[in-house]
Write a protein that binds this ligand. Sequence first.
Ligand SMILES: Cc1cc2nc3c(=O)[nH]c(=O)nc-3n(C[C@H](O)[C@H](O)[C@H](O)COP(=O)(O)OP(=O)(O)OC[C@H]3O[C@@H](n4cnc5c(N)ncnc54)[C@H](O)[C@@H]3O)c2cc1C
Length: 453
Amino acid sequence: MKYDVIIIGAGLTGLSTAFYLKRKGFNIVVLEKENRTGGSIRSHNENGFVFEEGPNTGVIGNPEIAELFELLNIQPEIANSDAEKRLILKNNTWHPLPSGAVGFLKTPLFSLADKIKITFEPFRRKGTDPEETIASLASRRIGRSFVDYAVNPFISGIYAGDPKKLVTKYALPKLYNLEQNYGSFIGGAYKKSKEIKTDRERKATRKVFSSKQGFSSLIEKLVEEIGAENIICSAEKIRIIPNEKQYEVTFLQEGNPSIFTTDKVVSTVGAHALPQMLPFVDDSDMLNISTLTYAKVIQVAVGVNNEAIDDKYISFGGLIPEKEKQRILGVLFPSFCFENRAPQGYSTLAIYMGGIRNPELFNLNDNAIKNIVKEDLDKLFNIPPSSIQFMKIFRHPYAIPQYEKSSGKRFETIERIESQYPGLIIAGNLRNGIGIADRVKQAYDITESMLRS
Ligand SMILES: Cc1cc2nc3c(=O)[nH]c(=O)nc-3n(C[C@H](O)[C@H](O)[C@H](O)COP(=O)(O)OP(=O)(O)OC[C@H]3O[C@@H](n4cnc5c(N)ncnc54)[C@H](O)[C@@H]3O)c2cc1C
């Protein structure tokens, strides 16, 4: 079998890449090791409770994600205004993250000294360390209490990571560029808001979104457009072998060996799966990629009787700063923000545990995890265990890659391997961002680059 492009991995990156390439007339096939498509994305509907195994929401952070929905002829499900309210825990009390000036002045989350300090942010000097961590950059520009009660929980919510380890340039490149290009977060954000945007740029609305009845509906639509016949699931032991100007891709299907030939091959699998798949890559080069740290995350979907939830908690969810020394990282309330996610009179919650902060929790057994959920919902939200209708535990040993200091070397090594082996593309969330919109943009960029070449 000969293909223009073989794509490895049927998560969002692989499927979006396949979708774009097929649209442009490339002869493609997707090879996936599991017996299902979607990768980290999987939505469930049990007795009217709709819950996610992986991502709960994305942000329309670039035009590509908005355009993907347009091309698929479906609508993203935009979160309602409850999603604008975000809670942060301080001294066992939840406080809304302030959005306006009055709320900002009144909030007990940040110290008075830092509230004064932040007014001088535009006049502070630019950082000179290109590998400065998020915690160091934020502490330098906006103050320690903002790091503790805004940046730390925010980074935990996105990366399940530690801002003292994540490098701004790699993990939050837009924030890094604000300082580098405009000299200030506040000044830069203001100037950017005044810049004239093209119609295409305006599609990046920053709105929080999901897909109807969960992200699996987006995956299903991609599969429909790609054609199920062009996706091979349960493809085991995939190996990519360079052969002159082409690649041979070998794998086992129901124990039977297959060999496909292709001009180009796009890997979208995690860094830990690459050594086996790319045996021809030099060991020391591969170590620069495969040693990427992943946060291990447990997500627990919980169905709760609405009567047990106080109205003051109606929000996107609550995040817990490391300083508060709690076991869980945070709670999301998807059924407050999206319609039809729970039966009448009930809510669906998503609780996160583990991450870089508490990796040891990942090894707890199901009963111990359920006990933590029951105790912490009671303690933190006054939700009694008797109001819990069900709990479902999902474990992600390779949930979120951490864009730490080693990332520079990883990106550089990948670029060198790609130039040594033209036609080989090492993609996926080990580079170019971890968010849903980032994954779609990477797929779009790969397609554009193939069209150019
Ligand atoms: C618990 C959790 C919560 C998240 N929350 C959010 C969120 O709220 N918002 C957000 O924007 N993002 C979130 N993310 C991140 C986002 O979901 C991921 O970055 C994105 O879905 C990754 O897509 P992908 O296709 O690059 O990788 P994956 O989804 O990991 O897909 C890779 C595919 O490759 C396959 N594969 C692996 N090894 C092999 C092999 N050897 N051979 C063949 N196939 C192989 C896998 O089975 C998988 O199907 C979350 C992730 C997790 C895990």
